[in-house]
Write a protein that binds this ligand. Structure first.
Ligand SMILES: *Cc1c(COP(=O)(O)O)cnc(C)c1O
Length: 224
């Protein structure tokens, strides 16, 4: 199937409350252009320089989402144009994003990434760490970032009950944070969860942003 057809297949399964991020990491700009020509406007990348290079050559109405582990020395490459950073997993990273965003006169939307999988290789905060971040004076003083929700990755497994339980846990975390820290914020509304193999479960558990790569663009040549 072509990218256009695969995109249409994925989109046909999404409720109107869930937005699709086409995860295009490692794929050439020609592939992104095909998805763009088929109407896709939101793309996800996990390497800062790769995202910057693709942003330079592709149409300017694309919304770029950063979904990977972000090194502080790379923030500056994406700050001028990024729409949403999904992967904030420390106060220090948030501080650096705030600093770079201030230089550019921007306010950048961010998600707090939570560690919901049982694998210990995946990045992310636990609930206690998130509360410490949100209670800190440093966070209170940041004017160039806005936290608009949460993100998580489930364990890589065929055990769908386990995957579902992990997504449900992320939804519970979202609800708790919403009530305690963001009750007055209309913009705190995003739950980024679900990838090619598990996005249908994620949607049933309340995902508002699914990050789908291989189901649209085909398998990647190297593991990321
Ligand atoms: C690569 C990646 C995805 C997409 O993975 P697929 O299985 O190809 O859909 C989603 N989220 C993150 C954080 C990723 O790194």
């Amino acid at each position: 199937m072509s990218i256009k057809e695969q995109l249409a297949t994925v989109k046909s399964t999404l409720p109107t409350t869930t937005r699709l991020i086409a995860v295009s990491k490692t794929k050439p700009v020609e592939d992104l252009q095909q998805a763009y020509d088929a109407g896709q406007r939101v793309f996800g990348e996990n390497k800062a320089l790769e995202m910057r290079d693709k942003h330079e050559v592709l149409p300017k109405d694309i919304e770029w989402h950063f979904i990977g582990h972000l090194q502080t020395n790379k923030i500056k490459y994406i700050v001028p144009f990024v729409s949403l950073i999904h992967s904030v997993d420390s106060l220090n990273l948030l501080k650096e994003i705030n600093k770079e965003a201030a230089k550019k006169g921007r306010a950048i939307d961010c998600l707090l990434q939570f560690h919901i999988a049982s694998e210990d290789t995946k990045f992310g905060l636990d609930y206690t760490e998130a509360e410490a971040l949100l209670n800190s004076e440093e966070y209170a003083s940041m004017e160039n970032i806005r936290i608009v929700g949460v993100m998580g990755m489930a364990t890589f497994t065929n055990d769908t009950d386990k995957v579902r339980a992990e997504f449900r846990n992320l939804k519970t975390i979202f609800d708790k944070l919403k009530e305690k820290y963001f009750a007055d914020s209309d913009s705190f509304k995003e739950i980024s969860m679900g990838m090619s193999d598990d996005y249908k479960i994620a949607i049933e558990e309340g995902s508002t942003l699914v990050r789908v790569g291989s189901a649209i663009f085909g398998a990647r040549n190297y593991a990321i």
